[in-house]
Structures are given as C-alpha cells and as structure tokens.
Design a protein. Structure first.
Length: 764
C-alpha cells in the first residue's frame, strides 16, 4: 500500500515538474492561448455565438469562409507555439531527441482547437434552433480540422525520414536549421502582410467583405492576424535582444493619449449650406400645433384627442427588430397611427427600429403593401460583421499610429446602417412590398427626415455624456432645459447636422462594439464625449415622461383635451413576466417580488460586488423610471390596492387573460378629470417574451430563427398570443374606439411549431 502511494506520489511529482518546466520553456505562448481561448469561449458559451452559428450553416460561402478562417487561426496558433518551443530548445543547446509530451502536443492542441470549438458551436446552434442537422457544416469544418491534425502528426515522421535520407546520401538535409529559419522568416512575413492586407481591405471597403464572410470568420481572421503580428514582435525581441515587443505596446499606450479618430460625424455635413444651425429646428409648442392640426378627432366629442407616446428600449439588433415589429404591427392595425403618434423616445438599438419606421413614412408615405415586413427588413441586416472587422483591423491599428486617419468601428456601424436601408430598397425593387424611392436616405441629413408637408412623429434619440452622465438628445425639436432637466441638445453642442446613420449611432454606442464619440463644437473645440443612451436610461422612459408632461402643459394652456396613450416597447427576453422589472401597474411590497440573485456574494467574488452594483444600478435606473411612469399614469386619481394586487383594466381584458397575472402591463378604463396626465391616460407594456423557452440574443445580427420568434412574440393571432401583446394592442385601440384591422401573421415559428398563415400572408 505504501509503495503504491509512494509510486503515485513520484509520478505526480514528476508530472508537476514537467509542467513547471514546460511553462518556463513556453514563455510567450500564454498570450496565444488567451487569444484563441477568447474566440472559442465567445463562440461556444454565449447565446450570441450560437445564433451567429445559425447564420453560417445554411450559407455555402460562409461555410467556406469559416473553414478558411478557422484553418488560418489554427495554423498560426500551432506555428507560433511550435516556433517558441523550438527556439527555447535551441537556446538551451537541445538538438535531439525531438520533443515529446507537453512540448509536442500543446501546439497541436492549440492548432486543432478552433476546429473543435467551431463544430461544437454549430451543433449547439442546431440544438437551440429548428433547422435540420447541419451535417454539411460539421463535415466541412470537422473534415478540414481532422486533415490538419493528421498532417501535424505525420509531419514529424516526414521530417525525420528526410533527414535520414539526406544523411545516407551524404548531403545537407532539406530541413536543416538554416533552411527552417528561412521558412519561418517567410511565414512570419506572410502573417504580417496578411494582417496589413486585412487593414487595407477593411479600411477601403468596410461593408462588403465583412458581410460576405460573416462575423465569426471576421473575428477568427482578426485574432489570427493579431497573433501573427504580436508573435512576430515577441519572436524578434528574443532573437535580436531588442525591445521590439515592448516598444510596440508602449507606442500604443502613448499614441492613444492624443490620437482620436472617434469624432462624431467625421463624414458629417460640416459645410452644409442648408443647415441653419439649431434655429432650424422648431420648439415643442410649434410641433404640437402642427400635430394638432392634422390629428384624427376623437370618436366622441367629450373624449380627449388620442395622442401616442412611445419608448423603445435599447438592446442592439434585438431591440431594433422588436421595435420595428411592434410599430409596424400597430400601423397595420390602425393606419392612422402615424398621425396619432406624437413622439418616440429611443435608446441604442431601439433607435434603428424607430428610424426605420419614420424613414418608411417619409420615403413612401405609407404606400407599401406590407409596411411591417418592409421596416423589419431594414433592421434585419448584418450590422455586426462590419463593426467587428473595423474593431480588429483599422481601428486597432490606429492605436499604434501617431496621426489619426483610419476609420473607427463607429463609422463602420454607420455604413452598415446605411447599407441596411439601401439593401432594403434593392430588395423592394424586385417585389411589390414597398415603394422605396430614396436608397440613400440614411446618408442624408438627419433633419431632412422632417422636410415633408404631412406630420412625421418627433424622435428623441437618447445618448449619455461621459464627463457628467447627463443626457444628450439628438432630435428634430429644440431641447428646452426647462422641459428636459440636465439634458443637452446635440445640435446646440455641435452647431451642425449629421447623417441619419450617425444620429442612430449617437444613441447606439453599444459598449465595445462602438467607442465613445468625441463631440466637436462649431469652432473645433471638444465638448465632451457621447456614450450609449443606456448608460443613463436603457428604456427611454425619462425622456418620454419629460416630453409628455411638457405637451400636456401646452395642451392645458390651449384648452385642448388629450387622451394620452403610453407605449413601452421592451425587448428584455431574459426576465420572467412575474419579476419586478416587468411590473408596470399595481404591485405588492418589494419583498413579494422575485428578485435576481448574485454570483458575487462570497469570497473572493465579493470584491467584485461594487462593479456588479454599478452595472446593475445603471440598468435598474431605466426599469425604475418605466415602473414609476406607468404607476403614476395608471393610478392618477384611482390608487389601486397594491397589497391585494387589485388594478383596473383596459376594456375587454381580464387579469387572468394575460401571461404573468395582473401585475404585468395592466391598464384601467375609469372616467376621470383632466389632471396631470390628461384625460383617461393609459400605459401598456409590449414585451418580447420567450417563445418555446427561447429568447433572442443581444447582438447586432439576428438569425432567421430569432426573427421568427420575434414575430410570434408580437401576437400574430388571438389563439397564438403567447405574450399577451395582441390583447393589449386591441385594448389600446378600443380605448379610443378604433376597430383594429387584421395585419399579416407569421408563417413559421421559432420554436418549431407551425402557424397556419392567412391566405396571402407573407412569411415574417
């Protein structure tokens, strides 16, 4: 027994000694492991990676691109790990025997791991979708990976046989150290040239190549090029004994202090003669009078004029698609909605959907035969691939250059938005879906969107100033500090207009995907930096509240009776209907709600508690603003019994008819006097619930499967109203005596169930 224990101990001790020696020998390899591991972790462990994998498996060109990108990443990971280990052996004077154990298999494992994790991601995407088993993708990627591993295993034997053959013939080996050094030098140069070529391509042509290969392949190629450059610098430092690697890192840190290529509107209309400065915009009273002149009258003389206020929550493409889904469905159900809608307060991705809605109104005047599908096409484009390509190529290289001249990833996102609109127009040319007249609309000045005789709803794009956390609103109206406290008007700060695509980015500077934007004044001075609007209020409810109160004051002064209808479009699929984040009416004590748990409650994770608290507080601020506004509107002069959970409802809805019970989006229909919130105000939450237990990922590209789930969540038919949204919409319309029209419905469900579409209905 003792001998067995001692033998085991000696084996473990020998193994640990080998591991320690290997770790010492491979100094420089860990950063390769980190870069490869980051890509593999992001692809396999996140819902974004799974959804992006879905977009690859049905496209032959993307399958081919994934094979190439995965092979290149694996080849570089293997080559540089093998080179570092071999150089260390030569430094120690070790010529033979060939490496075994860890020194032999670690490079091979790193080289093959991208293929393995790509296959796992594809199979995982199959498990979370309704598509058929993607054996074509698995076979392609797995086959290339298996072939690569076989070559790596056979490579050593081929080299040994070549050396033995050369020795027998009495001539120099074809694989002697001198020639191997030349081969390695050529490979190093090739890696650097490939990286430089990538920078040139994604600088000159930011959209086409990235969308052609897809976000995953772009990400893998970017990691491979980073490995090639950094490994070459590290290898050069060890061989020449010069601080090449250190100088590269230090230059990046120093140049980043003053080099700034993140100015908002670098492609803007700085010399636009048609822009008359902030005075070109109207004040809120002028816009209200314009709306009032064209607004449809109430059904009864003693009713207030219905006026809609909409907030569109942030959340990348998920928010954009869901916002377009709901606004489009509402427009289909009530063709006069755009005239009743006064203002939209949008954040981040919600701005994409809001501007798609407004742009379609401006472009074709609601003449499209399938309005909802048309605006969803805009938001369904791939915005992620160009941003990732710019992040890993020109924007990254700019950090190491002393003069700013390369485009940043924010500009790539702007061009992706523009492409989304233009490709939507190109698709329309081959269908009868829409009369898209201006394919370059999102390249035009933002304020030109309101240059039409008919009413176009106001848009409030919410951003956040980095220096003080205040709101920055990009809008077609003048932002009066008396109506919007602690808020700056973007046009006042900069003194110029910007493209529509840039206006989207003003509120959608999603962390990491896009940088903070530098705000330049009319004289070139720096007036701070703009961040994503979600830093201040992820739901846009604060700005919605401000503009609604200001309008109601104007209406009171003009003796106009308004019937306000507040719509909150939330895309949070990760929160259950009974959780406090979705309560928008009466609710019980906080302790009775299901509160989220924390993973940083014990040592050593409790040191991260302040960071978690800061992040969650930012999110909670927007949720609190939405709950407060809903509660004030719904209980204006009829407080409900929160202890009993008793709330009044919109006509035709009982609390048991909606998912989540009576605590989710309930409205009331009680006659009341005109008070702070107008005549019989109502507030409703339209939320993106999970369909078939599956939500939508939070990224800038959505698969067709995810888009199908979004359509189903909107409530395509009464018997398929999974989230209760259709019931709420019908209750809203009946609140001002409008019979909603039948809109298009979904043909394919994201959870695998089939939905019988109406005759002639388009697939969503």
């Amino acid at each position: 027994m003792m001998n067995a224990l001692w033998t085991t101990y000696e084996h473990l001790r020998s193994l640990w000694k080998e591991i320690r020696q290997f770790a010492h020998d491979v100094r420089g390899v860990p950063f390769i492991v980190i870069f490869v591991g980051v890509g593999e972790f992001a692809l396999v462990s996140t819902e974004q990676g799974a959804d992006l994998s879905v977009t690859n498996v049905d496209d032959p060109r993307k399958i081919f691109a994934l094979c190439v990108a995965t092979f290149y990443l694996g080849l570089l990971a293997w080559f540089w790990t093998r080179t570092i280990i071999d150089d260390d052996r030569r430094t120690k004077g070790i010529v033979a025997p060939n490496p075994t154990g860890f020194p032999l298999w670690i490079p091979r494992a790193l080289g093959v791991s991208p293929f393995l994790f790509a296959v796992i991601a594809i199979l995982r995407s199959h498990a979370t979708s309704t598509m058929s088993t993607p054996w074509n993708s698995v076979t392609a990627v797995g086959g290339v990976g298996a072939g690569f591993l076989i070559v790596l295993i056979l490579r050593r034997g081929l080299i040994e046989r070549a050396q033995q053959s050369a020795a027998r013939k009495g001539r120099a080996s074809a694989v002697d150290p001198n020639r191997l050094s030349l081969y390695r030098l050529v490979f190093q140069i090739f890696g650097i040239v490939a990286a430089a070529l990538g920078v040139i391509i994604f600088t000159i042509w930011q959209i086409g190549p990235a969308r052609f290969v897809g976000a995953i392949s772009v990400f893998y190629l970017g990691l491979a090029c980073i490995i090639a450059v950094l490994a070459a610098a590290l290898h050069g430092s060890r061989v020449s004994r010069l601080p090449i690697f250190g100088a590269l890192i230090v230059s990046g840190v120093i140049f980043s202090i003053w080099v700034d290529n993140h100015e908002v509107g670098r492609r803007a209309f700085t010399a636009d003669p048609d822009f008359g400065g902030p005075t070109q915009k109207h004040d809120l009273k002028t816009e209200f009078d314009t709306w009032l002149a064209t607004a449809p009258p109430p059904a009864k003389a003693d009713d207030g004029i219905p006026i809609f206020f909409v907030s569109a929550e942030g959340g990348a493409s998920r928010a954009g698609y869901w916002t377009a889904e709901m606004l489009g469905r509402m427009q289909e159900m009530d063709p006069s909605l755009s005239k009743r809608l006064f203002a939209i307060s949008s954040v981040s991705g919600g701005t994409v959907g809001a501007l798609a809605f407004l742009s379609q109104i401006q472009d074709d005047g609601l003449a499209s035969k399938n309005f909802r599908q048309s605006i969803k096409t805009v938001t369904a484009d791939d915005f992620l691939s160009p941003a990732v390509a710019s992040l890993l190529f020109p924007d990254l290289v700019q950090r190491f250059l002393p003069v700013a001249f390369l485009p940043d990833r924010g500009e790539a996102l702007e061009r992706a938005y523009e492409h989304g609109w233009s490709s939507h127009c190109q698709a329309a040319e081959h269908s009868e879906r829409t009369l898209c007249r201006h394919s370059d609309l999102w390249r035009k000045p933002f304020l030109s969107l309101w240059n039409r005789a008919e009413w176009t709803p106001i848009l409030l794009i919410n951003g956040t100033r980095q220096e003080d956390g205040a709101r920055i609103i990009t809008s077609n109206i003048l932002i009066n500090p008396g109506d919007f406290p602690n808020t700056a008007d973007f046009h006042v700060i900069t003194g110029r207009d910007i493209r529509i695509s840039t206006a989207i980015l003003n509120g959608a500077r999603f962390p990491l995907i896009s940088p903070s934007g530098t705000l330049r004044g009319s004289q070139g001075e720096t007036n701070g930096h703009e961040l994503d609007g979600g830093y201040y209020d992820g739901g846009g409810s604060e700005s919605l509240r401000d503009i609604a109160l200001a309008v109601l004051k104007i209406a009171e002064s003009e003796h106009v009776k308004l019937h306000p209808i507040f719509i909150e479009i939330s895309n949070n699929t990760d929160t259950d209907g009974n959780q406090v984040a979705l309560v928008r009416s009466c609710y019980g004590p906080m302790g009775s709600c299901h509160m989220a748990t924390s993973g940083t409650s014990g040592f050593p994770f409790n040191d991260a508690a302040p960071l978690e608290g800061l992040y969650k507080s930012r999110n909670s601020h927007g949720v609190t603003a939405s709950i407060s506004l809903a509660h004030e509107v719904n209980t204006q002069d009829n407080p409900c019994d929160g202890a009993q959970g008793v709330c009044s409802h919109l006509p035709g809805i009982s609390s048991s008819a909606l998912p989540g019970g009576n605590t989710e989006g309930m409205l009331r229909d009680q006659s009341q006097t005109i008070e702070r919130w107008g005549h019989r105000p109502v507030y409703v939450l339209l939320r993106l619930c999970k369909v078939g237990g599956k939500g939508l990922p939070l990224d800038w590209a959505l698969s067709a499967q995810a888009r199908d789930r979004s359509c189903l969540a909107s409530g395509d038919a009464p018997d398929h109203d999974r989230c209760g949204n259709m019931a709420r919409l019908k209750a809203i319309f009946s609140a001002y005596a409008v019979e909603p029209a039948n809109g298009t419905i979904c043909a394919v469900a994201g959870d695998g169930s089939s939905i019988p579409a109406r005759k002639g209905a388009a697939r969503s």
